[in-house]
Design a protein around this ligand. Structure first.
Ligand SMILES: NC(=O)c1ccc[n+]([C@@H]2O[C@H](COP(=O)([O-])OP(=O)(O)OC[C@H]3O[C@@H](n4cnc5c(N)ncnc54)[C@H](OP(=O)(O)O)[C@@H]3O)[C@@H](O)[C@H]2O)c1
Length: 264
């Protein structure tokens, strides 16, 4: 995106935040892009379905930034950075739209992320960590920085504090935790609109359980060749059993974003 186009998209972003606030309040929620530039129109086109969904009920959105060969990180967990600056801004906009952003243990261990909104205007979401084996320690940034409320679901050690985070007990069976029960608990806490941000294991778990309304997959023009998988689901025997969601694509130079409608 040129810097002019990026400025134009930036001007459209507050209109989308207003539309999202209207959707939450049950008011008309069609965003109107200021001006007539393609970048502003595209920004509205990309986000309006998310806002429409927020008006109808809870939104659960997954996202992944992957290489051409479907990797989100090297085998050792290095993911800085698979996708470019435009996708980073997009990710921060998604955070600003939702009530909560969910990540798995692997992401906290490898990235020590902040999960806050820094690349655009907007409020920080509640940060939710799924620590199903109770192996995280209080020294991670999001447990210490106090920048946003943080909730850690722990399958073990739920009686141990994780810095400033609220700790909730997570039931873990032979097949791991139940993402549907976790989502229901978030909803019960008033966290209705949720971004499952990563990593691949966590997004795949919500996808396999049929819980994602949409999935944003951003494909970057690099080949990692090995490493951590983006989506991994149980094997299917026939291609006719593959999911073929309706899809829109958006240029996010140097990457391409695929917006998959999993309810369509
Ligand atoms: N490109 C992107 O969009 C994106 C987004 C987020 C993260 N990432 C990258 O993705 C990687 C993490 O993704 P992921 O799919 O491996 O995991 P994840 O979804 O963040 O975490 C979920 C699973 O990872 C396990 N896990 C992963 N690494 C572990 C480790 N070193 N030690 C113990 N448990 C570990 C967890 O175990 P338990 O549940 O049993 O605790 C859990 O089953 C990181 O390298 C991160 O940098 C990329």
């Amino acid at each position: 995106m040129s810097s002019g186009a990026s400025r134009s998209a930036e001007r459209a972003w507050p209109a989308l935040l207003d539309a999202a606030a209207n959707a939450r309040a049950g008011r008309p929620h069609q965003a109107i892009a200021p001006g007539r530039t393609t970048a502003a129109q595209e920004l509205v086109a990309l986000h309006q379905p998310l806002i429409d969904r927020m008006a109808d009920g809870p939104l659960t959105l997954g996202q992944l930034g992957q290489s051409l060969d479907g990797r989100i990180a090297t085998a050792g967990g290095d993911s800085y950075y698979v996708t470019g600056e435009a996708n980073r801004t997009h990710l921060h906009r998604l955070r600003a739209l939702v009530d909560a952003v969910v990540v798995g243990t692997g992401t906290v261990l490898h990235d020590d992320p902040q999960l806050t909104v820094r690349a655009c205007v907007g409020d920080h979401p509640v940060r939710v960590v799924i620590d199903s084996r109770g192996q995280l320690t209080p020294d991670h940034r999001l447990f210490q920085d106090g920048q946003a409320p943080t909730l850690a679901y722990r399958g073990a050690n739920a009686d141990r504090a994780l810095g400033l985070a609220e700790v909730a007990a997570l039931e873990v069976g032979a097949d791991g935790y139940d993402p549907e029960a976790l989502l229901a608990d978030l909803h019960a806490r008033g966290l209705r609109h949720v971004l499952v941000e990563g990593g691949g294991v966590t997004v795949s778990r919500f996808l396999a359980a049929g819980l994602l309304d949409r999935l944003h997959v951003c494909i970057a023009p690099l080949i990692i060749g090995s490493g951590r998988a983006a989506v991994s689901l149980p094997e299917i025997a026939r291609l006719s059993d593959a999911r073929r969601p309706s899809m829109r694509s958006f240029a996010m130079p140097p990457d391409t974003l695929f917006d998959c409608d999993l309810r369509g």
